[in-house]
Ligand binder design. Structure first.
Ligand code: FAD
Length: 319
């Protein structure tokens, strides 16, 4: 039986939804499922880890693990993987996952794949699917090792409703301090705005908004929907939005329930960051804009007319 070890995604003491999504996929392929949780004061999360679908919980709880640091974090994952006998080790999509996964693979002498969107097992043979060449093609990769460390693309798997597991806690000892790099402090975005990676709805603005007044207009729509507010690179390069708001190949990858692309053409580099969204709505005055090829709903029109109408209609529905 395949054994999947899932690395719990914990942010500011809260277990993120990706853990249940990954457990659901592990169960769907018939694997035994364990989770490794790393941090400080995280024992209270054990019920959440069970409810996210794990049958064994490896807990590395130590003050030295309060701030993410790739070296010690990877050591904990390797320790859990060895104890569990995992042949698949999955990270949810996050900067910390991307930093730790290759270290874990190197220490285990395992294969490593990032941004996987699917995984299949045929006996011991592992196969994964992942995008390549800026999402122009999907690769199907046969893994020639017994063990694979993978970072799963945001939104690739869905959580099964009512998923649960069983409590079987194994405590891990804290690893030696990684003297090569020690994270001293994490400085978060002080704007107080919703983090794009966590948002259930994302509204993004593109060059069609022209100037700051246009950006502000689209931002009102995002505020109405309590959505994350993102942008195409054109608006970042134009100085209208901060770099951490860029969606795309060289920005953030998002997979919300609803993505609204307002005045965005749909360049391949932008699509690479949002085409995993469950529902995509696009507003563009050009009916030939490539964004309409990926949109579930498209409005051909001038955003300066469409956005106020959308805001009015949303208000009516909510009233
Ligand atoms: C290596 C590399 C990496 C890149 N990484 C990224 C990335 O991470 N993210 C990213 O977004 N881009 C990225 N780009 C840039 C990308 O190629 C595009 O240039 C960029 O996405 C275009 O942004 P845009 O759609 O806002 O602008 P445009 O392509 O100029 O499109 C503007 C759209 O607005 C429409 N429009 C104009 N006026 C209105 C109106 N009044 N109402 C409604 N619609 C209107 C137009 O019809 C047009 O479709 C990258 C490029 C390179 C080379």
């Amino acid at each position: 039986m395949a054994k999947v070890l899932i690395v719990a995604d914990i942010k500011q003491g809260v277990l993120k939804g990706s853990t249940a999504e990954l457990s659901s996929k592990a169960k769907a392929i018939g694997a035994e499922t364990a989770v490794v949780a790393i941090g400080s004061n995280i024992e209270s999360l054990i019920p959440d880890l069970v409810n996210a679908g794990s049958d064994t919980q490896y807990i590395a709880d130590d003050p030295s693990l309060e701030l993410f640091s790739a070296g010690p974090y990877a050591s904990c994952v390797v320790d859990a993987a060895k104890q569990f006998g995992a042949n698949l080790i999955w990270f949810g999509f996050s900067e910390s996952g991307k930093a730790a996964a290759p270290r874990v693979a190197a220490q285990l002498d395992a294969a490593c794949a990032t941004e996987i969107t699917d995984v299949t097992l045929d006996g011991d043979q592992i196969e994964v699917v992942r995008p390549a060449i800026a999402n122009k093609v999907m690769q199907r990769i046969k893994v020639n090792t017994d063990q694979l460390v993978a970072v799963v693309r945001a939104g690739a798997f869905e959580a099964t409703e009512g998923i649960t597991g069983t409590e079987n806690v194994v405590k891990l000892s804290a690893p030696e301090t990684d003297l090569k790099a020690v994270i001293k402090e994490l400085i978060s975005d002080a704007s107080g705005e919703i983090d794009l990676a966590d948002a259930d709805v994302v509204v993004s603005v593109g060059r069609g908004a022209k100037d700051q007044a246009g950006v502000d207009l689209v931002k009102e729509l995002a505020n109405d929907l309590q959505a994350g507010f993102g942008a195409s690179r054109a608006m970042i390069d134009g100085g209208f939005m901060a770099h951490n708001k860029q969606v795309g190949q060289t920005g953030k990858i998002v997979a919300p329930t609803l993505y609204m692309a307002i005045g965005i053409s749909g360049a391949i580099q932008h699509l690479a960051g949002m085409n995993g969204s469950k529902v995509i709505l696009a507003v563009n005055k050009d009916p030939e804009a490539p964004i309409f090829n990926v949109a579930d709903y498209g409005i051909v029109g001038d955003l300066f007319e469409v956005v106020p109408i959308l805001r009015e209609e949303i208000k009516k529905v909510r009233a």
